[in-house]
Design a protein around this ligand. Structure first.
Ligand code: COI
Length: 333
């Protein structure tokens, strides 16, 4: 039995070796290259592949694996929005993801960044770096004085709610799938408009489905409170970035936390230091004192990365053996 893994970073290697040690009967090989139609060939002879989301996996990539007779595919992350699932289903693939590797990693990042925006930490950091040590006018807002609106109450949304409540915030939520426990406790508002109207901080924890694309736009921002803080550590396409820029310019939006970006593919997790920067709008956002940009690193913790690797390999071996995987992706949806 052979598993071939793509895009294994240095920080993942110890966990690949850990899994290998525990599964001496499985031949495990890996590369630091991403899976593309060209690199698919590297997996020749393998029974399954392990990858993670960075590029789009279009028909050409899927067909390249199909040609090699590889149909067991385990991704190490949650999101499956980059995979042509229709093509994968048509060619008889079995796919798994890791929906819960560490909701805390992402939720904690969202909470920290939201609090930093409220305290104007980036503004103060920049002043201090210039040796301007005056307080005013960089006054903060306390988290406990905010109503925090959480859109999406899955694993990550729920941890975020707990953390924000720990700070003392009033938390309200919206989801098309209501969690019975949260419903009993009265967290849910009736619709998104109500959440927009009542929240000082709005954090998105929903997947990138066609219905959710640009859910944050000029119209929705109009419905929000003046001075709202918007947090997107979920998926770039949820937010119409131009609308956010307009909101920031008018002062309607007090701050924006952005760990994902609609044009991030090929930009995030690349080094442009000393080179031409390929995206003017992103450069402008990075330069703003009330915008915190991180390059899709909310997930990037030791706890999360270990689980991503171990769980993906576990899943892949189960697929290869024809067993029921722990977290199969439903290709019929
Ligand atoms: C996910 O798990 O879906 C992420 O966004 C993390 C990233 C490595 C793709």
């Amino acid at each position: 039995t052979k598993i071939y893994a793509y895009a294994i970073r240095k920080d993942e290697e110890p966990y690949v070796h850990e899994w290998k040690e525990a599964h001496k009967d499985v031949d495990v090989d890996f590369t630091d290259q991403l899976l593309t139609p060209e690199t698919a060939e590297l997996a020749k002879g393998a029974d399954g592949v392990v990858t993670y989301q960075q590029l789009d996996y279009k028909a050409d990539t899927i067909e390249a694996l199909d040609k090699l007779g590889i149909h067991n595919w385990s991704i190490r992350n949650v999101g499956i929005d980059n995979i042509d699932l229709k093509k994968a289903k048509e060619l008889g693939f079995k796919i798994t993801n890791v929906p819960v590797y560490s909701p805390d990693a992402i939720a904690e990042h969202a909470a920290i960044q939201a609090a930093r925006v409220l305290r104007q930490d980036k503004v103060m950091d920049e002043k201090v770096a210039k040796h301007d040590l005056r307080w005013a006018p960089t006054i903060g807002r306390e988290v406990r004085d905010q109503t925090v609106g959480v859109v999406g109450t899955g694993h990550i949304g729920q941890v975020f709610m707990r953390i924000m409540e720990g700070f003392g915030a009033k938390v309200i939520a919206y989801d098309i799938f209501k969690n019975p426990e949260l419903e009993k406790k009265g967290y849910y508002v009736d619709d998104l408009d109500e959440l927009y109207a009542k929240s000082d901080v709005i954090s998105l924890h929903v997947p990138d489905t066609p219905e959710n694309v640009h859910m944050i736009n000029d119209d929705s921002i109009k419905k929000m409170k003046d001075g709202v803080v918007i947090v997107n550590v979920s998926r770039g396409p949820l937010v119409d970035t131009d609308a956010i820029v307009r909101g920031l310019d008018s002062g309607k939006v007090f701050g924006f936390v952005m760990d994902t970006y609609e044009n991030e593919v090929g930009i995030f997790n690349s080094d442009f230091s000393g080179k031409d920067f390929p995206d003017k709008r992103l450069a402008d956002l990075i330069a703003r004192p009330n915008v915190l940009v991180t390059p899709h690193t909310a997930f990037y913790t030791t706890h999360a990365v270990r689980n991503m690797v171990i769980k993906a390999f576990d899943n892949n071996l189960k697929l290869i053996k024809g067993e029921k995987a722990d977290t199969p992706v439903d290709l019929d949806k």
